[in-house]
Design a protein around this ligand. Structure first.
Ligand SMILES: Cc1ncc(COP(=O)(O)O)c(C=O)c1O
Length: 360
């Protein structure tokens, strides 16, 4: 990674970027994305860092890790739109489910607390870990979460009972699936993608030819695919979106289902293609990676000052490097979307979740 220069753009206020300036924004779907309800979390737009590399195209880094709320990352975008949806629809209680490897759960508690929303967060023991390991992973929020020890089917029954109880109490609950797998969150991420496009356009800078982003549930990549297709359909340049899987699960199918759900939610006939080529599969399970990934994270931190964890960001960076090596160089830059950092990644990797030795 020979970098000649790295330029860091200061964040500006959202109002300084007028969406109406750009012809591709005229589409009806862009309008619906723009008007989706949201609450104020974080500070936007997040900066774009430009890394100039000798003899190679520029690398852009969209610094959503600097979103200024909680752990940072595209999660802030998900949560601001999710809470916007919950408030607009007068839900009186938020029920949320997460697994042992989660960043979103920490930020969700902080966000719902900030808006005084009654919240119950259930943590399923998946990937499995011992009680001591879970206590370490969730240190600091143990009083605000419900650690489930049962299997998945029983966990689903617990959550459904909580939903029914809240409903009968007249609180009109909203159930957030793991990863905040919901159209409101896809829309939040689609708006993030459009934000990146308008930042670059307002500087007269070329748009990236490819955007690399981590895919765990597929919620973030679904938003990016949707926004990239809205841009292309309105005459903008094609931008390839690559979701780098952090586990070998069916993330493409999840992304496809969530994309179609989002299109229905938005009331549009637009159909975003969700091709297998938009995903880099993972041979490693969740929280598993080869020894090269932590080394790469260290190298990126030393050379570019970017903190990546090997579970999410490191795998994505590695896949981006492999793609660069396999494809012909281009004038347009590449963009790495920094989705945030997992501070307890070492604990997670040393735990049953990472070793895969503990069974539920
Ligand atoms: C650090 C990090 N990167 C990326 C993601 C993207 O995840 P998803 O595909 O669920 O939107 C997450 C979500 O948990 C994350 O914590």
């Amino acid at each position: 990674m020979q970098s000649a220069a790295t330029v860091f753009e200061a964040p500006r206020s959202e109002n300084s970027l007028s969406w109406a300036r750009h012809s591709w924004r005229g589409g009806e779907l862009a309008e619906r994305l723009r008007n989706a309800p949201r609450v104020n979390l974080g500070s936007w737009p997040t900066p774009i860092q430009r890394v100039t590399r000798r003899g190679r195209c520029d690398l852009l880094v969209k610094r959503d890790d600097l979103s200024g709320f909680g752990r940072g990352g595209a999660k802030t975008r998900k949560l601001s739109h999710l809470l916007g949806h919950v408030r607009t629809n007068a839900h009186g209680e938020l029920l949320a489910v997460a697994g042992n490897v989660t960043n979103l759960a920490f930020d969700l508690l902080q966000a719902s607390g900030a808006f005084g929303l009654r919240t119950r967060l259930f943590i399923v023991n998946d990937p499995p870990a011992t009680p001591g390991e879970r206590a370490r992973i969730f240190a600091g929020v143990l009083g605000s979460i419900e650690l489930l020890t049962c299997g998945r089917a029983e966990a689903a029954a617990v959550v459904l009972r909580a939903y029914a109880a809240a409903w009968h109490a007249g609180r009109k609950p909203f159930l957030a699936l793991p990863g905040a797998f919901h159209p409101a969150c896809v829309i939040g991420n689609a708006c993030g993608f459009l934000e990146m496009v308008e930042q670059l356009e307002s500087q007269g800078a070329p748009l990236p030819r490819t955007v690399f982003v981590t895919a765990a549930t597929g919620t973030t990549v679904a938003g990016f695919l949707l926004a990239a297709d809205v841009l292309r359909a309105a005459g903008g340049p094609p931008i390839r979106v690559i979701g780098v899987q952090v586990h070998p699960g069916r993330i493409r199918l999840q992304t496809l289902a969530l994309t179609r759900w989002t299109e229905r939610f938005l009331g549009t006939n637009h159909r975003t293609p969700v091709h297998p080529t938009s995903f880099v599969p993972s041979r490693e399970r969740f929280a598993h990676f080869g020894p090269g990934v932590p080394r790469l994270c260290l190298q990126v931190e030393q050379e570019l000052g970017l903190r990546l964890d090997p579970i999410f960001g490191g795998k994505t960076w590695q896949a981006m490097q492999a793609d660069v090596a396999a494809n012909a160089p281009d004038d347009r830059p590449l963009l790495y979307w920094h989705c945030g950092y997992t501070p307890e990644w070492k604990t997670l990797c040393a735990s049953g979740a990472g070793r895969g030795e503990v069974t539920s």
